[in-house]
Ligand binder design. Structure first.
Ligand code: AMP
Ligand code: MG
Length: 356
């Protein structure tokens, strides 16, 4: 196994990426190396998608089981035909409306795409990111870039270059540091290979937005039940996917009762000598300040975009402080709340504490 001993980091302008930095990255990708780069969702760990050996390195670097397929990133719609066959008109409509942006479409895989990109499935997941650095990189490379989130398997996705280095220092050739990811949660994944399109993973493009173009789009049954069982409809959608080192407890129910339950639980854990971290919105943080817990603010209660943006970083920060337990509440399942709920329930490994 050949792991990079040294990881190079280049600060890159997120709006007008320096072409010499992009060129350094392209050279690495051309010779089969790995480059972590910012996208609007999270940081990606990229390799030449058409080079099966380079793709294999991604799995090694992430310590990711090879049954977890990757997303292939393109910079213009014409590259779609290089990767996929039998593309339905509805997929082209979605591309026209939501690309470039945080929407990934699962399509029938073209023969020239190495099968390890999709762990042998006959499908391929494709996305066109809007982030100027990602766009410039894919364009300059001239080939599509396979990139899963740039974290070690089961760690929260990286939303900054610092997170990438935390997990992958010495295992990736180059990190393009373009600052914080603006959305902070991974893309919406929609399966276009079935009769009716199905959302496999909620994300920045909402179900409601997709239904404006294709009224029949529905959420995978995984999210309809959502009562915490280990269910997996998309390969790689393991419940244990974002687990922090600490034990995460997700509270759901009427807000006033949830607040009491969280405070009681925190108090009990602290009394038992446990270190407790709480992820709280600004309005609710004061309720926990006297409990001897570490509190990380997720921003304002009604600003789901902000909560999404800082969530993974906040979980990592509490992990770094060595807490035993992380307490957080649900933020509903409306709009972006669905994507936040999905990430939290997986960080909690399916364990939801329902109070009423
Ligand atoms: P990540 O790149 O870390 O955001 O994760 C990629 C996710 O996209 C995988 O874990 C799957 O859930 C989904 N995905 C990628 N390729 C496919 C595919 N061919 N079929 C279904 N889901 C896919
Ligand atoms: Mg991931």
């Amino acid at each position: 196994m050949t792991y990079t001993a040294q990881t190079q980091v280049l600060q890159i302008d997120s709006q007008n990426p320096q072409s010499d930095h992009i060129q350094v990255a392209v050279e690495i990708l051309r010779r089969g190396g790995l480059v972590a780069f910012p996208t609007e969702t999270v940081y990606g760990l990229g390799a030449n998608a058409l080079d099966g050996i380079a793709v294999e390195r991604i799995y090694q670097a992430k310590r990711r089981p090879a049954n977890d397929p990757l997303i292939v990133h393109i910079h213009e719609v014409s590259q779609l035909d290089l990767l996929a066959v039998n593309i339905p008109d509805s997929a082209r409509q979605l591309a026209q409306k939501f690309w470039a942006g945080p929407l990934t479409m699962v399509l029938k895989r073209a023969a020239n795409v190495p099968s390890n990109v999709a762990h042998g499935l006959d499908t391929v997941a494709v996305r066109m990111p809007v982030h100027p650095v990602a766009h410039a990189l894919i364009k300059a490379a001239g080939f599509p870039i396979a990139a899963p989130s740039a974290n070690t398997f089961t760690r929260p996705s990286s939303t900054s270059a610092a997170h990438v280095l935390e997990d992958l220092n010495g295992r990736v050739d180059l990190v393009l540091d373009g600052g914080a990811a603006s959305i902070g949660l991974e893309s919406t994944v929609i399966d276009m290979t079935q009769g009716e399109p199905v959302v496999l993973r909620p994300g920045g493009i909402l179900l409601e937005q997709l239904q404006e173009i294709i009224p029949s789009v529905r959420l995978s049954p995984r999210f309809l039940a959502m009562n915490g069982q280990q269910v997996s409809s998309s390969p790689g959608m393991l419940t244990k996917h974002y687990s922090p080192r600490a034990h995460l407890m997700l509270f759901d129910g009427p807000l006033d009762v949830v607040m009491i339950a969280m405070a009681d639980t925190a108090q009990r854990l602290v009394a038992n000598g446990k270190r407790v971290g709480i992820l709280a919105v600004e309005e609710e943080a004061p309720q926990f300040t006297e409990l001897g817990v570490r509190i990380i603010s997720l921003g304002k209660r009604d600003d789901l975009s902000q909560i999404a943006r800082v969530l993974f970083g906040a979980i990592r920060a509490l992990d770094a402080q060595g807490v035993d337990s992380i307490l957080v509440r649900s933020f509903g399942q409306e709009g972006l709340g669905a994507a936040i709920w999905d990430r939290l329930i997986r960080a909690a490994e399916g364990n939801v504490i329902r109070v009423s």
